[in-house]
Design a binder for this molecule. Structure first.
Ligand SMILES: [Zn+2]
Ligand SMILES: [Zn+2]
Length: 342
């Protein structure tokens, strides 16, 4: 059974958990670890069973709880190299370190013969503008034990390449992760039973991606944080059984709304966010209508109303919703969306 649960969606945090086969992955970790665990529990998902975290891009609403969550669970994080680099810079604002210097530091640390790092200590120092200064609660005692007594996986903990494997002393490095794996847009890869196809999206981040996930014969398209829908994205989103698509703002609300002009320009730009109108235009003119579920996501709380997004999409799908296809759902910021099953 395949299960797709949006835990949160919007400019204050994005995270989705997808499970199938023997694998469970988290797409983005934009909530605090504590809140992520709370919402997973609400949704009936056990955080301890997560196998990996995959990251779309380094904006705060997608990585807020990343370091703490990955450390607590001891699981690998999949980034593009440029996104990882941007995230490291963001996590180390006071170091004024170039990426090359950081890699050199990693090399030196990796060369030191030290034991595998212990679990993240509570109260670990974090950079001044890092989002999370406290460690999150464990979902159960068993998980606490699992994290307090990590069983290092040799392939991960002994990795010596730059950007892979742990630094010798995680307490010294706010960007320390138990394991980092790189992928590249356009190059499909596997996480457990999942086939993951990352594709480039137009957005003002270092190397932002959307994803197509395939598992148990189910294909799921995942595209938020994009200024427009270029041909490569349209191609990726064909034949999907589930389409998660950004419907960020209503154009009029954004124009008349409270944001400064510079921010409005950024949102509206070719590397900003998809409007209701742009999402609808895609649904009406280019989408093949094959998905069982269409989930509107990353709705702005300031420049959109759920009803506006819903009505625009409903009109665009006009009449194509049936018992088997195009059921329209809206992901929200403040609570998990009911799970979708295949
Ligand atoms: Zn973004
Ligand atoms: Zn975002």
């Amino acid at each position: 059974m395949v299960r797709f649960t949006v835990l949160a969606s919007g400019s204050r945090g994005n995270s989705t958990v997808i499970s199938g086969g023997r694998t469970r992955i988290l797409v983005d970790a934009g909530l605090s670890c504590r809140e992520l665990f709370r919402r997973m529990k609400l949704a009936g998902e056990d955080p301890r069973t997560l196998d990996a975290i995959v990251i779309t891009h380094e904006h705060q609403d997608h990585v807020n709880g990343l370091a703490v969550t990955a450390r607590k669970l001891g699981i690998p994080v999949y980034f593009t190299e440029a996104t990882h680099r941007a995230w490291v810079r963001w996590m180390s604002p006071r170091r004024q370190m170039t990426y090359a210097q950081w890699l050199e530091l990693r090399r030196q640390q990796a060369a030191q013969p030290t034991a595998a790092p212990a679990a993240e200590p509570d109260g670990q120092p974090t950079p001044a503008d890092a989002p999370e200064a406290i460690a999150c609660e464990q979902p159960t005692d068993a998980a606490t034990d699992a994290v307090a007594n990590p069983e290092p996986e040799p392939a991960r903990s002994t990795a010596k390449e730059p950007g892979k494997g742990p630094a010798s002393d995680p307490a010294d490095d706010p960007a320390w992760l138990p394991s980092v794996e790189y992928f590249a847009a356009g190059q499909p890869f596997a996480i457990g039973d999942f086939q993951v196809s990352p594709f480039t999206i137009p957005h003002d981040a270092a190397d932002p991606v959307g994803f197509v996930f395939r598992i148990e014969g189910v294909k799921m398209g995942f595209a938020t944080d994009l200024g427009y829908i270029p041909p490569n994205v349209k191609a990726q989103l064909t034949g999907v059984d589930l389409l998660l698509l950004e419907s960020n703002h209503d154009l009029e609300m954004l124009r008349d709304g409270p944001y400064p002009w510079s921010v409005k320009q950024r949102v509206l730009s070719r590397v900003g966010h998809l409007s209701n109108e742009a999402a609808s235009s895609f649904l009406e003119n280019e989408y093949d209508g094959q998905a069982a579920y269409v989930i509107l996501a990353h709705l702005s709380e300031n420049n959109n109303l759920p009803e506006l997004a819903r009505v625009a999409a409903e009109q665009a799908l006009s009449g194509r919703a049936t018992l088997l296809a195009n059921k329209l759902l809206l992901a929200t910021q403040n609570e998990p969306l009911s799970s979708v099953y295949f």
